[in-house]
Design a protein around this ligand. Structure first.
Ligand SMILES: CC(C)(COP(=O)(O)OP(=O)(O)OC[C@H]1O[C@@H](n2cnc3c(N)ncnc32)[C@H](O)[C@@H]1OP(=O)(O)O)[C@@H](O)C(=O)NCCC(=O)NCCS
Length: 176
């Protein structure tokens, strides 16, 4: 099967206000600040970061998924200030189905300024035009209104699911 997920170098992208680039050791303190914030990790499958070492582990993971060609994670750098304000990217690439999952987060000071809409717009275009991706999925908690609104603006449709724990809980309740 045709597979264009074969980048020799990490792809650097640009939007009007931001540079999307590979994360490096120099970004550790920004990544730490990002994920040491309770409001950022609230709906993410991540524990609150407790030290800069946690950020180093995260950046190493970005490197690993890129090398294994199962994902790409960009850090979002504000072009004007050179500050790293968040991350976005892809994980869990399934070659057989040309399917991938999207992930994203921003420091709270930057929420509500159309930043993620701008950056995701860029990486979605990139996935469909340069990575041979056919389907992009997003896993979102129903309470994460900002993320749901953002995905709606980007024309994502709803996907339903049920967890085993929810199924058991509901069925136990109906037996009472
Ligand atoms: C989700 C998140 C990335 C949104 O980024 P953002 O840059 O603030 O989003 P945007 O400014 O591009 O907003 C996109 C749309 O969502 C709306 N929106 C943003 N925050 C919202 C909120 N808290 N409640 C309702 N709508 C919201 C915006 O108003 C905009 O819609 P509009 O153009 O009609 O006004 C940000 O809230 C975040 O980092 N959250 C924590 C991490 C996280 O949950 N990531 C997603 C995991 S699935």
């Amino acid at each position: 099967m045709k597979n264009k997920f074969e980048f020799k170098d990490f792809p650097k992208l640009e939007t009007e206000r931001f540079i999307l680039r590979k994360g490096t050791v120099d970004d550790c303190s920004d990544i730490f600040e990002l994920y040491a914030n309770e409001n950022v990790v609230k709906y993410l499958p991540l524990n609150l970061f407790e030290s800069v070492e946690d950020a180093m582990v995260e950046i190493n993971w970005y490197e690993k998924i890129f090398k294994e060609q199962i994902g790409l994670r960009w850090v979002i750098e504000e072009a004007k200030t050179k500050k790293v304000i968040g991350t976005c990217g892809y994980l869990n690439y399934e070659k057989e189905h040309n399917r991938i999952e999207i992930g994203y987060d921003l420091k709270p000071d930057y929420w509500g300024q159309g930043i993620m809409q701008e950056t995701l717009g860029k990486i979605i275009h990139f996935a469909f035009t340069s990575m041979e991706i056919n389907k992009i999925e997003a896993k979102v908690e129903p309470e994460n209104k900002a993320s749901i609104r953002l995905l709606g603006k980007l024309n994502f449709n709803v996907l339903f699911s049920i967890l085993k724990s929810e199924y058991i809980e509901l069925n136990e309740e109906s037996r009472l």
